[in-house]
Design a protein around this ligand. Structure first.
Ligand code: NDP
Length: 481
């Protein structure tokens, strides 16, 4: 049984109430462990530990801080197999994905910010002719809160924690209650790395209890959150009147736009991934596929044929799709598939629970393709966050830009074309934080990451993250010439 504990002031411990929650394995539908159900008392304890640790952590030299973060990255690499096994079991994702994407990225996050903090600098502004020099200090904020979702558990958890620590803050963090295990293992690795007590504190439990206590804590001055748009809006409502700094990475409904002049085989290969990787549970998945009419019939046939060959099964087998995160989430996805058909959508493949004989109680779903005739239908407007994509044809650039932008979200977009001028035109006009041309999920950690519209506020990545986790202070000196 995987027994998860809170990590507070350097020690692994139960919630003060002793209360625990079941942890369910999506692949089997069975309870296989438990975690603390923490409350505001546990968050208060974690906050106090973080507050005490801040006094010395903010004064550590950049070399010391960098070496500690790099040590954690090394330990993640050394424990790749164990962490990947845990991540796959906890979330239902294929083990191969956890081994090649999730866990390597978690160590890259720590290593990247171990380096970035040594290169981060502030600015000076000379007021020429006025005998005045301004220089800007970038101080850590203090104790910050980091809250992450279940789809890329350790990947997104560390994407927040690493820059927060690199910038000299101390942290109270909460992973999703649905996927707590790798955060627990990270705590053990932080102990092993010699991270000083209280610098990182991990509090487990539900969003309504542990998460709410973090966002409502009056002295936790910044919140970095990744999750659903409704939760993000709630966090803003609670935190904004307390004048907290907020970074909100929220949902997406990303367009995948395919022109006839694209590199077709490459596009097809990557479109399969951008549609169904991690069972479609990546905020960056392209869930609305728009195809130029001249190749629409061919694409439809080729794509559906490839999708029906995707293997769904136990995540520790050679499969393309594992299980979705929970029974409730699977039902939500199935409801959307019904809704799509009620609104005139045509089911081209999938649409049902997938039959996995080894685990009849697991939360499996067939990868699903739906042809729609109205880009404004609900299934094209609302985030499903599962292995479901829609396809529809388009006739002109202007039409597809209009359709692509006609959603509340604006996280990412993919464009497939060999026309450089067109890629620039789309890059300028698509309403999203990220535009990929002839690629997908291609990330350089130095680049800004985040969305517009209902996909969020603020940017992560590179120095953007270090700017978020620091408070600029300008010092203005007037001198006698
Ligand atoms: P949720 O918004 O439900 O949860 C995200 C995190 O917030 C979880 O840790 C959750 O806890 C916690 N939480 C829930 N309620 C509160 C609250 N009142 N106060 C504080 N914390 C709370 O999202 P999901 O976990 O369902 O994740 C899926 C969503 O995440 C999708 O919409 C997806 O698009 C988005 N996402 C966005 C990304 C981006 O970079 N823009 C990347 C990845 C995902 P618990 O689960 O324990 O209840």
């Amino acid at each position: 049984m995987a027994q998860v504990l809170n990590y507070i002031n350097g020690t692994l411990q139960h919630a003060l109430s002793g209360e625990r929650l079941d942890n369910i394995e999506p692949a089997t539908g069975q309870i296989y462990g438990s975690l603390p159900q923490s409350s505001d008392n546990d968050v208060a304890l974690a906050f106090q530990a973080a507050k005490n640790a801040f006094i010395t952590w903010r004064q550590t030299t950049l070399e010391q801080r960098s070496a500690l973060l790099a040590r954690i990255a090394d330990l993640i690499d050394e424990n790749l197999e164990r962490l990947a096994q845990a991540e796959s079991k906890d979330s239902g994702k294929p083990l191969s994905l956890a081994k090649t994407i999730d866990i390597p990225r978690a160590s890259s996050n720590f290593r990247f910010f171990a380096h970035a903090l040594t290169q981060f600098s502030s600015e000076a502004h000379e007021s020429v002719g006025q005998n005045t020099i301004n220089f800007t200090l970038r101080h850590p904020i203090g104790v910050v809160g980091c809250i992450s979702p279940w789809n890329l558990p350790l990947y997104l958890f560390t994407w927040k924690i690493a820059p927060a620590l690199a910038a000299g803050n101390t942290v109270v963090a909460k992973p999703s209650e649905l996927t707590p295990v790798t955060a627990h293992l990270l705590a053990e690795l932080c102990q092993q790395a010699g991270l000083p007590a209280g610098v990182l504190n991990i509090v487990h439990g539900t969003g309504a209890s542990a998460g709410q206590a973090i966002i409502a804590h009056p002295e936790i001055k910044a919140i970095s959150f990744t999750g659903g748009t409704a939760t993000g809006a709630h966090i803003a409502k609670v935190a904004a009147p307390m004048l907290k700094k907020l970074s909100l990475e929220l949902g997406g409904k990303n367009p995948n736009i395919i022109f006839a002049d694209c590199d077709y085989p490459r596009m097809l290969e990557i479109t399969l991934k951008s549609s169904f990787a991690n069972q479609g549970q990546i905020c960056l998945c392209g869930s609305r596929i728009f195809v130029e009419r001249s190749i629409y019939a061919k694409f439809k046939e080729d794509f559906v044929s490839r999708v029906t060959q995707l293997r769904v099964g136990p995540p520790n087998h050679e499969v393309d799709l594992g299980a979705v995160i929970s029974k409730e989430h699977r039902q939500k996805i199935l409801n959307y598939i019904d809704l799509a058909q009620n609104q005139g959508g045509l089911l081209l493949c999938g649409g049902n629970k997938a039959d996995v004989p080894q685990h009849p109680e697991g939360y499996y779903l067939e990868p699903t393709v739906i042809e729609v005739n109205d880009h404004l239908c609900r299934v094209n407007q609302e985030e499903i966050f599962g292995p479901v994509v829609t396809i529809m044809p388009f006739d002109s650039e202007a039409q597809v830009i209009e359709m692509a932008n006609s959603v509340p979200y604006g996280l990412s977009a993919s464009l497939w074309t060999s026309d450089l001028d067109r890629s620039m035109r789309f890059g300028q006009q698509l309403e999203s934080g990220i535009v990929w041309v002839n690629t997908w999920l291609n990330r350089d950690l130095r680049t800004p990451f985040g969305g517009v519209k209902a996909s969020g506020v603020g940017r992560e990545g590179g120095f953007e993250a270090l700017r978020f986790f620091t408070e600029p202070k300008n010092i203005c000196i007037s001198y006698k010439p």
